[in-house]
Structure formats: structure tokens, C-alpha cells
Design a protein around this ligand. Structure first.
Ligand SMILES: CC(C)(COP(=O)(O)OP(=O)(O)OC[C@H]1O[C@@H](n2cnc3c(N)ncnc32)[C@H](O)[C@@H]1OP(=O)(O)O)[C@@H](O)C(=O)NCCC(=O)NCCS
Length: 185
């Protein structure tokens, strides 16, 4: 079970954010939050039209994270509303069980307040304590300046680049950068 005790963080505007594990009752809020991010149409591989998850599927996805010791789902809530979401998933193969892939997003109206940093630090602490994990990985569009700044701040290093991996509707290409960070103590 990847469950962490709830943590309260004070963010840059002086308000408090609660970081904890969402439960299946949060499914609708998580779906709505994901749609807001996809609507920005900026830095996700998935487009809004391709996101067809139902509330039931989202509930199941949340429950899987609660039940699986190699998965962690964190929600940041501000004044009871979803402000950010971070997911980590350990690879299942024996030869890759020391590696986990992560993703995160923060709602547009509460960016630059330190919410992603609070989520990231919580995830890194969890991964560092995890008995098998040694390496966190992620992928980021080469033109995603905010996310690159965040990952560099948390000492993620570039380990590879997939040239022209992304082709936007306008026809412009973008590289996909693969990054990693060690989480051994
Ligand atoms: C990337 C993202 C998660 C950052 O969330 P956030 O809560 O605004 O980040 P924080 O306030 O914790 O900022 C942490 C660091 O990120 C960098 N950063 C964040 N926003 C930035 C911006 N607009 N420009 C440059 N650097 C930025 C800075 O290094 C910042 O550190 P600092 O505050 O000490 O300067 C958010 O912009 C987002 O959700 N974007 C859309 C979804 C996305 O791109 N997800 C990542 C996909 S790989």
C-alpha cells in the first residue's frame, strides 16, 4: 500500500496546501483537473479528445495506487480543491523494479506558488524510503520551460532525447527529453 500521512505545506501566497493520497471519492475532481490541464493543449502527449476515462475507471486507477506498494498518487488540495496531482509508478519487470516513472501537473490558477515543489519533495522522500527504488525517471517536452526548471531544481539530469518525438496539430515538431534522478540514500 503506497499511503503517506497527510502533510500541510505553506505556499508562497501564505495559504496552506494539504498533500495526501486521493481516495476513490475524489475521482470526479481528478478527472476535471486532468481535463483542465489537457485543455491547455501545451505539454501533454495526450489530447483532450483522446482522454475518455470514466469516473469508474478513475476510481479504479486511484484504488490501484492505494493497493500497490510500487505506486504513489499524491493530490495537493488548497481550500479543499484539487490544486495539483503527482503519480509515480514502479516498473513491474524484475530487471527494472528499481526504476519508477513519474508525472505531475498543477492547476493553472495556482502555479508558481511552490505546489509542484511540495509534491515533488514528498514523492522523492517516499521513493528514497522505498526498499526497491533507486531511480526516478520522467519525460518532458523540450519547450516546457516551467517543467524543465522544476526538474533541474530537484536535480533531475537529462539522460536522453527523442528528436521530433512530438508533432503538434500545427505541424511543428518538438523533442522529448528523458530525465532521471537517483533516489538511493
Ligand atoms: C511544471 C509545473 C508542474 C510547475 O508547477 P508549479 O507549482 O508552478 O511549480 P513551483 O511553483 O513549485 O516551481 C518550482 C520551480 O519550477 C520552475 N518554474 C516553475 N514555473 C516556471 C516558469 N513559468 N518559468 C520558469 N521556471 C518555472 C522554477 O525553477 C521554480 O522554482 P522557483 O520557484 O524556486 O523559481 C506546472 O507549470 C504545470 O503543471 N504545467 C503544466 C503541466 C506540465 O507541464 N506538467 C509536466 C509535464 S512533464
Amino acid at each position: 500500500m503506497a499511503v503517506i500521512p497527510e502533510q500541510i505545506h505553506q505556499i508562497k501566497d501564505g495559504s496552506e496546501v494539504v498533500i495526501g493520497n486521493p481516495d476513490p471519492d475524489d475521482a470526479q475532481a481528478l478527472l476535471d483537473g486532468t481535463k483542465v490541464i489537457l485543455k491547455e493543449d501545451a505539454f501533454n502527449v495526450l489530447t483532450l479528445e483522446e482522454f475518455t476515462k470514466t469516473v469508474e475507471e478513475e476510481k479504479q486507477w486511484i484504488q490501484e495506487h492505494l493497493d500497490d506498494s510500487g505506486k504513489l498518487l499524491l493530490a495537493a488540495k488548497r481550500a479543499g480543491l484539487l490544486a495539483g496531482l503527482l503519480g509515480v509508478a514502479q516498473y513491474p519487470q524484475k530487471r527494472r523494479r528499481h526504476v519508477a516513472m513519474m508525472h505531475l501537473s498543477v492547476q493553472p490558477d495556482v502555479r508558481r506558488l511552490g505546489i509542484a515543489s511540495a509534491l515533488m519533495q514528498t514523492a522523492i522522500d517516499w521513493a528514497t524510503r522505498h526498499p526497491e527504488l533507486e531511480k526516478l525517471t520522467l519525460a518532458v517536452f523540450a519547450d516546457n520551460v516551467p517543467a524543465l526548471g522544476l526538474y533541474r531544481k530537484f536535480r533531475f539530469w537529462e539522460e536522453g532525447r527523442r528528436p521530433r518525438e512530438i508533432k503538434r496539430a500545427c505541424g511543428r515538431y518538438c523533442d522529448d527529453i528523458l530525465m532521471y534522478r537517483n533516489v538511493t540514500t
